[in-house]
Design a protein around this ligand. Structure first.
Ligand SMILES: [Zn+2]
Length: 207
């Protein structure tokens, strides 16, 4: 996506991101988590450890947050996960994004009903699923959006092993008796509420 932010000041300190509809929505007007959005999530997840964010991230954050504020999270739990990946949590990133966008993110995460935090969920006995490795989020988000196709515990392990081999590290054997959390864990309403609460803590204004 080659968007020149400098030419696109928008309204109220927020860029006008209407043009992203054409990239991020499918023919039926739903969010397409497998196309351009996944590519941009992947760029973010890869950048997170390697490079500073680029202007494109800023537009994507605004687009996702505005969809959440419009109430789309009820239909698309993956939307919350996508915003979580794109949100600027570091102080430097927040300074670079600007206070308007940080406030917008805070408002978006605040739309998630926190009642689920204290409700029972299927993971209460076994422990709630943890977050995947950051670089795996784009695949997890796609899988949450479309069901378990495209994501499996074994594929997850194979992908991790590939990363480990690149880094010259050894991997433990895949443990079939102790499987990793499945997609069903990541779109659990309690888990989503926990992510939103975590995001709000990390976005809280200092003092
Ligand atoms: Zn749960």
């Amino acid at each position: 996506m080659a968007v020149n932010f400098a030419e696109d000041p928008g309204q109220g300190g927020l860029p006008d991101v209407g043009r992203l509809d054409g990239l991020y929505l499918d023919e039926d007007g739903g969010i397409d988590f497998s196309g351009a959005l996944k590519r941009d999530l992947r760029a973010r997840a890869d950048e997170f450890s390697h490079q500073p964010v680029v202007d494109d991230n800023r537009l994507t954050v605004v687009w996702l947050a505005q969809r959440l504020l419009a109430g789309a999270a009820d239909d698309d739990p993956a939307l919350l996960l996508a915003l979580y990946v794109m949100t600027p949590f570091g102080a430097g990133e927040q300074g670079w994004m600007g206070p308007e966008i940080v406030t917008l993110c805070r408002e978006a995460f605040a739309t998630i009903d926190d009642a689920a935090l204290n409700a029972p969920c299927p993971h209460d006995d076994s422990g709630h699923p943890g977050e995947p490795a950051f670089e795996h989020w784009p695949s997890v988000i796609e899988a949450v959006a479309y069901g378990e196709d495209g994501w499996s515990e074994l594929e997850d392990w194979l992908e991790e092993r590939a990363y480990a081999e690149e880094d010259g590290e050894d991997m433990e054997e895949y443990d079939e008796d102790n499987p990793r959390p499945t997609v069903a864990g990541w779109d659990c309403p309690k888990h989503l509420a926990e992510l939103a609460a975590n995001a709000l803590r990390r976005l809280a204004p200092p003092g």
